[in-house]
Ligand binder design. Structure first.
Ligand code: HEC
Length: 218
């Protein structure tokens, strides 16, 4: 090999290395999971009594099923999707979810937009292994409640007068058994989420584990 070709080889490998580093930094995030990220968010925020459920059909929409949700969505085009547009309207009559429910957070709006961009597919069974070794409130329980429950259980008039938006408000229901009983659909408790599918088994086991460990603010 001549000095020139060695230099060339080195330069080329350097470029390849830089390029591969680049692609590494820009690896696509895993696709949004319909079953665990989208459906529960919509069901818990949009299907309350009087809203978009199979009985009330507000504005003609029933968002308790995938087919129903698709009615408000243009797969691949979040900006053209009715369900996205109503989330970002200025506060007022048409912004969804309607007052007194809390608006979607920026993260929830971004998640929803990404799901539509990714084709609004009905991805199921995308849950990986269930980790119940340590279950903390902040890292695990609070995100589950935010996705599945606080659409009804927060704001100025929470459903059933039960607010699940902070640890101190969740704690009494953890301690008296109703939190675990309701998500497990145990007899003697109202099955939660109301109108929705049962939580994934993993989320139920994580809540049970957190409760069994004293429902701490961890
Ligand atoms: C679509 C609205 C809605 C969603 C979503 C929802 N709830 Fe409820 N929840 C209610 C209503 C309404 C009541 C009061 C009437 C009843 O008990 O059915 C209630 C009652 C409860 C109770 C008291 C149950 C009892 O047996 O006394 C608990 C605990 C509860 N919810 C927890 C949750 C949890 C945890 C989630 C999320 C996994 C959730 N809810 C999701 C509407 C909802």
């Amino acid at each position: 090999m001549t000095v020139k070709s060695v230099t060339l080889t080195l330069v080329c490998s350097a470029i390849v290395l830089v390029l591969s580093q680049c692609t590494k930094d820009h690896l696509p995030e895993p696709a949004i999971c319909y079953q665990t990220d989208i459906e529960p968010l919509i069901v818990s925020n949009c299907t309350q009594s009087g809203c978009h459920n199979s009985t009330d059909h507000a504005a003609g929409y029933d968002f308790t099923t995938y087919q129903g949700i698709l009615e408000g969505v243009e797969p691949g085009h979040y900006k053209g999707s009715e369900m996205y547009k109503v989330l970002i309207l200025p506060f007022g009559e048409k912004r969804m979810p309607q007052s007194p429910a809390e608006p979607f957070s920026d993260e929830q709006i971004a998640l929803f937009a990404r799901w539509i961009e990714e084709g609004a597919v009905q991805s199921l069974d995308c849950i990986s292994a269930c980790d119940t070794t340590f279950v903390g409130y902040a890292g695990t329980v609070s995100p589950i409640l935010t996705t599945y429950c606080t659409g009804c259980h927060s704001g100025s008039q929470p459903e059933g007068d039960i607010d699940l938006s902070t640890w101190s408000k969740v704690k009494p229901y953890a301690d008296n058994g109703t939190l675990a009983g309701s998500v497990r659909h145990a007899s003697g408790y109202s099955a939660m989420p109301k109108n929705g599918n049962k939580l994934p088994e993993c989320a139920i086991r994580q809540i049970e584990k957190w409760v069994a460990d004293g429902a701490q603010n961890n």
